[in-house]
Design a binder for this molecule. Sequence first.
Ligand code: FAD
Length: 600
Amino acid sequence: MQTEMQSMDRITADVCVVGGGMAGLAAAVTAVRQGVKVALVQDRPVLGGNASGEIRVHISGADAHGKRPFCRETGILEELRLENSFRNPQREYPVWDLLLYEFASREPNLRLLLNAACVGARMDGPRIRAALVEQPVNWRRFEVEATTFVDCSGDGRLAFEAGANCRRGREARSEYGEPGAPETADDCGMGASIVYQTRDMGRPVEFTPPPWAMDFKKTGLPPHRRPMPDEMSGYWWVETGGTRHPTHDGAEVHRELLAIALGVFDYVKNSGEYPEAANLALAWIGQLPGRRSGLRFLGDHVLRQQDLQERPEFPDRVAYGGWPMDRHPPSGFFSPEPPADYLEVPDIYSIPLGSLYSRNIENLYLAGRCHSATYTAHGSTRVMGTGISMGQAVGMAAAVGIQRGAAPRGVRESQVREVQQRLLKEDALIIGVQNEDPHDLARAAKVTASGKESEALAPANVTNGVSRPREGAMNMWAGARGRTAGEWIELSWAGARTIAEARLTFDTNLEPEFAFSIFPYVRHRMQAPVPATVADYRIEARDGDLWRTLVHVTGNYQRHRVHKFGPVRTDALRAAFEKTNGADQVRLYELRAYAPRAER
Ligand SMILES: Cc1cc2nc3c(=O)[nH]c(=O)nc-3n(C[C@H](O)[C@H](O)[C@H](O)COP(=O)(O)OP(=O)(O)OC[C@H]3O[C@@H](n4cnc5c(N)ncnc54)[C@H](O)[C@@H]3O)c2cc1C
């Protein structure tokens, strides 16, 4: 028995991602889809981190709750949101958890290790050779050997064990010249929270708090913290731990959060202030505190407040954000200050690759909560939509690095353009970067269509390199109003080309917020299928006077579709449309065409 306990299984991968939160999932899936072998190590039974059914924080991002229309993160996040919206009409968290599991487990080259915690690193000088992993539920230990590692664990356990330079707390204003930073540095961060959900029982129900719950019925709740009667799920401001150690004091923080959360619900039920809560019963309460801050690891660039407000277009930009710098007082719930203060960002801003890898560990990328940023900038970059944008970026950079033989710094120096172009190809947004993929045959094609709504929505927009509304331009082809069946758009060339892949980017209405949430007023905006999205279509190749069908799709609700087919020699390829999900017009942002991989 003892021998079995001590046996160590060896797993080898090109890329090992530690942490299966939203950033880690995005990194792992992006990398594996580029053809490299990936191991994803997640210490809990479900994926999604703070966005999972275990913690239930909704994913916010650059669109700042829909205040910045058309800025939503496309690529992995849009794909997941549409999938969840369509396949989880009951809007239940366990179904979302299952979907995230399916998303990772359907990739044959992704080795998913659940209930498996990274607890150490085997080093070779400044390089990580293996992540040391324990899976206590199965009495197993693993060494995950890889060329490249990605720490998306939020707390940064792998990076810490590897000896990556890091810091915690708030920087002094003088350190990075940030006007919003405090005068003096300290060790404080933001606290952790647990939230709960209630159910309307249709009849009055009593709530008896446990004896250890805090009692606010006589004292009232601290200032600026008021449950809202129209959203009986609560409450991100039930927050504590910002003055403690971000990981070592987790058990105390958990106990205190439960006592506060149940005290708040007791207040809602029993203070007499909320008669509308009479029928509400506690349906779910988190048992894992969701963390906001902790260690931040230092890259070649440390993202600062000025980077977010002045919005330089870093040459190595690979991700983006747009949430305000949302900082909470370290004493959290018990602070006399409002629970958050916001430093606005004027528009979406770029995140450089230089802030997404360790400056002293040669083969370590960082994404999500533990990337390289000041405390002030982190107030914005810590949100999960931005974490997914970073995850996607480092997943791509890791894959490019494996394929080109480059470590993170080398990728930044020599392969950033390729990383950017491959990210755009997977439907990510990089501010100010357009499709210039030399392999995309559509860029050299003549584009014609059955019709158009207006000059601004002309067919040529599908190859203009941008696939969402930006700076006043729609960047979309829209067919004539009132027609869907029989509409088509065509790419043609002077001579025959060999084509084996087509990519289409449809309209899923990027204007409003689109988030799964415990808050009914947020999740009610979820929609899939989106009426504007094309449902049924064919990809056809010209064969003499005929059009030969290569692909026939029905019931589509996704924005980005990739179709691979047996190579065809043709001088024209077209998408022929049959039906939308309700709109009276066909809309398409982008159409790409590729030769077989061997011929590129
Ligand atoms: C109550 C609350 C409200 C918030 N509100 C919002 C909001 O509205 N919108 C928003 O977008 N963000 C919000 N945030 C912030 C956001 O949730 C976090 O910053 C976020 O979790 C960052 O994502 P991540 O993927 O980096 O980390 P996490 O979500 O923490 O994911 C890290 C993952 O790594 C795993 N892990 C950790 N250590 C190890 C290890 N040693 N080995 C293996 N796996 C490991 C964890 O299990 C986890 O799944 C909120 C946070 C809280 C707590």
